[in-house]
Design a protein around this ligand. Structure first.
Ligand code: DP6
Length: 327
């Protein structure tokens, strides 16, 4: 049977940075994200005993060997759980400007987890789906749900308590997220390699671990109370702390470019002029800016005029996983 699923990307407000188990994708710390309406992946999966290997089509073309290997490893995991050994055709379309350095692995593995489990005949609840998606890419476990989502790191060695869940009933706080494209070149250190190097070598990583759970509590409180200043302050500080750990790694590395700093400074200037806006940055040079919806046009206009900003994508909280009709 064929199944088609759609999943949206998410942006971490409190970052997942570091694994305690690389095989099971178990994080060192809990994290918190907003699922975004604008960027998503749609994936169709069909298992067939007629195939002698897995085939992966990405945006209409046969994917590279490296990309296909990641999908095969993930499908092996699904086959293992389902107790079936058929190969599959996976057809994935990204509505994410991947070339622009916006990550698609979260939406990609969330959509694949949903489509593959359904196509192989499993009846999977969202909690299990989140645990399965996690093992393709950690951040994918949060894209199973819409709105504001927490990934609890869990304590168990088998990962059974490490999954995402939506935060209470505050899904409807319609903040704006402006994704600023400042560079389209490939990132030098992928997040997987970057977090591993940081955990293993950065003396600043201890400082990260000592404070990140407190940041999470504050961010959750800010969302519950709809206190935007409290949320923005902790979100910005948490991103800066994550990036500080990379500077202490051996060898050191940084994701920022001069354009990244220009946007960061500009956002801080906006605040002095009375517009509440805060930034966050993932494992790359692009900057995401959060603000109230009433300010989004003003912030957009400011950011779009910066010479180093190539494009600004306006996003809002988006939905969780969905299945396309007839599957
Ligand atoms: C900085 O989920 O891409 O975006 O689990 O190795 O696939 P893997 O890493 P990934 O890392 C995301 C790191 C981050 C922060 C976040 O999204 O929480």
């Amino acid at each position: 049977m064929e199944a088609i699923a759609k999943a949206h990307t998410n942006i971490a407000l409190i970052k997942y940075w570091g694994k305690r188990d690389e095989t099971l994708f178990l994080p060192m710390n809990s994290s918190l994200s907003i699922t975004l309406d604008r960027f998503y992946t749609t994936t169709a999966v069909q298992f067939c005993s007629c195939l002698n290997k897995d085939v992966f089509l990405l945006n209409g073309q046969i994917a590279s060997e490296a990309e296909t290997m990641k999908i095969v490893a993930f499908l092996d995991h699904v086959r293992n759980i389902a107790g079936k050994n058929m190969y599959a055709i996976v057809n994935s379309v990204n509505k994410v400007p991947t070339a622009a350095g916006f990550a698609s692995s979260a939406s990609g593995f969330a959509a694949l987890a949903a489509a593959a489990t359904k196509a192989i005949g499993m009846d999977t609840d969202n909690k299990t789906l989140s645990q399965i998606a996690r093992q393709g890419s950690g951040s994918a476990c949060r894209s199973i749900y819409g709105g504001y989502v927490e990934w609890q790191k869990g304590e168990e060695v088998d990962g059974s308590d490490s999954f995402a869940k939506p935060i209470s009933d505050k899904q409807d706080w319609n903040l704006s997220v402006l994704s600023c494209l400042v560079a389209s070149n490939e990132k030098k250190v992928l997040s997987r390699e970057g977090m591993k190097r940081t955990v293993e070598t950065s003396p600043f990583y201890k400082g990260w671990l000592d404070t990140v759970e407190k940041d999470l509590v504050q961010a959750k409180r800010a969302i519950a109370e709809r206190d935007f200043e409290m949320l923005g302050t902790v979100v910005e500080a948490n991103a800066l702390k994550m990036h500080a750990t990379t500077l202490g790694a051996n060898p050191p590395f940084m994701y920022w470019q001069s354009a990244t700093l220009e946007v960061m400074e500009h956002v801080q200037q906006l605040r002095t002029s009375g517009i509440e806006a805060y930034f966050t940055i993932d494992a790359g040079p692009n900057v995401k800016v959060i603000c109230h919806q009433k300010d989004e046009q003003a912030v957009l206009e400011h950011l779009a005029t910066l010479p180093s900003v190539q494009n600004v994508y306006l996003c809002h909280p988006g939905p969780g996983i969905s299945y396309l009709p007839d599957t």
